[in-house]
Design a protein around this ligand. Structure first.
Ligand SMILES: *[C@@H]1O[C@H](CO)[C@@H](O)[C@H](O)[C@H]1NC(C)=O
Ligand SMILES: *[C@@H]1O[C@H](CO)[C@@H](O)[C@H](O)[C@H]1NC(C)=O
Length: 454
């Protein structure tokens, strides 16, 4: 029989042991080292026959310096803002404009990068945000929001994006965010019964920088360089495949959240994009709506259809925040499954709702929200999303021998190629690595590997 002292001694020892083992074990999981550099092709099964890299960046809101930093960080541009992404795909999910001064410079940069990427076999994909469309329809608003803090309960009141402000103020770190907003020189009024916020979308500096209200409107119009660029090279949503073969994974990029029950979701993406295009043509055809303020808000352009109005309303792809803000994980993951099935995509990626600390992945990264408040108007972290997709051949020679044995009539001339090295009917290891890139670190969000037959 062990004595009491022995029992105490033994149990303390086991506790120490368990603690040692546990702390030892938890160290490597805290820092996922194996995927520090996702650019390294898999070494497990030889050299990939195909590799496609995609970089996506969220809301940039008039901050050209941070936009350049983010693209530099993602190795898409060099220090002279020239494309070094080679065959990479760059997706920007909208809201380049407003809140900062240099939006038009970012549009110019994107236009230049698009041309350079084209020349190197890469691609720039541009998505329209609610702020692009707001500028198009003359909604250059200043919004006011007001909170009542009442016996511990918050009540929202006022106009504009009150929920956006409530989001800031409602978080546990609200005082810090509040302080951050204050330091950014936003106009606050503190009253015993609540907080009032006044904020400009199109800033006076932006208007000055773009040559005044009239010049800005001309640039935005169907005859101006930016209006033409939006109409030619921007869309409300983008369906992006990562390879030339029919089974290549595809991704959906939209500024806001796609709602599974949104009436015009299908056929995807053409239905949404043709509505977006026709709405934009109506908005940008002179005479443009005189900007509000100082003029009254004129709403959607004359002659807009019901479907165009639904595209632009709170439940449409430019404004809805459901995939980002809905708390219930089960609901969101059901939506994710519905969207993946309906749209035929692997992941649904959006911006619009900032998390100032990180890229948010939900439901096994089938939903990824990449707005981290990159613009200094917010002061969030600099971030970019990276997807690296590779196909590595599995025992091609053995497969050939087997094919030839089983069916001697199946000769080499049946080998149809999707791209150099991608042969129809052959087996490959498909690998998809999804990584969040920040200024000083990267975080692995998803790694999927499977064998596929092309
Ligand atoms: C759209 O992008 C292409 C390059 O991909 C460019 O040649 C063209 O000028 C752009 N269109 C407009 C109207 O800016
Ligand atoms: C996420 O992946 C795990 C493992 O593959 C699976 O068990 C789980 O059901 C997935 N969850 C969702 C919400 O898709």
């Amino acid at each position: 029989m062990p004595t009491v002292t022995q029992v105490i001694l033994l149990s303390s020892l086991s506790i120490i042991l368990i603690w040692l083992v546990a702390s030892h074990h938890s160290t490597p999981t805290r820092t996922p080292t194996p995927h520090r550099n996702p650019n390294t092709p898999p070494t497990t099964s030889g050299k990939p026959a195909f590799r496609q890299r995609l970089i996506a960046v969220g809301d940039l809101h008039g901050d050209i310096e941070n936009a350049q930093k983010v693209l530099g960080m993602a190795k898409i541009i060099d220090s002279n803002s020239n494309w070094i992404g080679g065959t990479d795909i760059l997706v920007q999910t909208g809201d380049i404009v407003d809140r900062g001064t240099y939006a038009f410079d970012i549009y110019r940069m994107m236009q230049r990068l698009r041309g350079q990427a084209d020349g190197q076999g890469g691609r720039v994909v541009s998505v329209l945000g609610n702020h692009e469309v707001m500028n198009a329809i003359g909604d250059w608003r200043i919004w006011k929001s007001k909170w009542w803090v009442n016996e511990g309960q918050k009540e929202k009141e006022g106009q504009g994006e009150t929920e956006e402000c409530a989001y800031w103020l409602g978080l546990p770190t609200s005082s810090r965010r509040y302080g951050r907003m204050y330091m950014l020189g936003l106009d606050f009024l503190l009253r015993p019964q609540g907080v009032y916020v006044f904020k400009e979308y199109v800033t006076q500096d932006d208007i000055k920088h773009t040559g005044g209200t009239q010049q800005r409107m001309r640039d935005l119009s169907i005859d101006g360089w930016l209006g033409q660029e939006w109409l030619a090279n921007y869309s409300v949503t983008a369906l992006v495949p990562l390879g030339p073969h029919p089974s290549a994974p595809t991704f959906s990029f939209t500024h806001g959240s796609l709602r599974p029950s949104y009436t015009d979701l299908l056929p995807y993406p053409d239905q949404i994009n043709s509505l977006g295009h026709s709405l934009l043509v109506k908005a940008l055809t002179p005479p443009l709506a005189p900007p509000y303020p100082p003029n009254p808000y004129s709403g959607l352009p004359k002659g807009h259809t019901q479907a165009e109005a639904a595209l632009y309303d709170a439940g449409g792809p430019l404004w809805w925040r459901g995939l980002a803000e809905t708390q219930n994980e089960k609901t969101v993951c059901e939506w994710a499954d519905q969207l993946r099935t309906k749209l035929g995509v692997r992941r649904v990626i959006g911006g619009h709702t900032p998390d100032f600390e990180k890229i948010v992945d939900r439901c096994n990264a089938s939903i990824i929200i990449i707005d981290t408040g990159i613009s200094s108007a917010y002061g969030g972290v600099l971030s970019a999303l990276e997807i690296v997709y590779t196909l590595t051949p599995i025992d091609i020679t053995k497969d050939r021998d087997r094919n030839h044995r089983q069916d001697p009539l199946m000769a080499d001339h049946t080998d149809e190629m999707y791209a150099e090295g991608l042969i129809k009917g052959h087996r490959y290891l498909e690998r998809e690595v999804v990584t969040a890139i920040y200024a000083k670190k990267t975080k692995l969000l998803a790694l999927e590997e499977r064998e596929i037959t092309l």
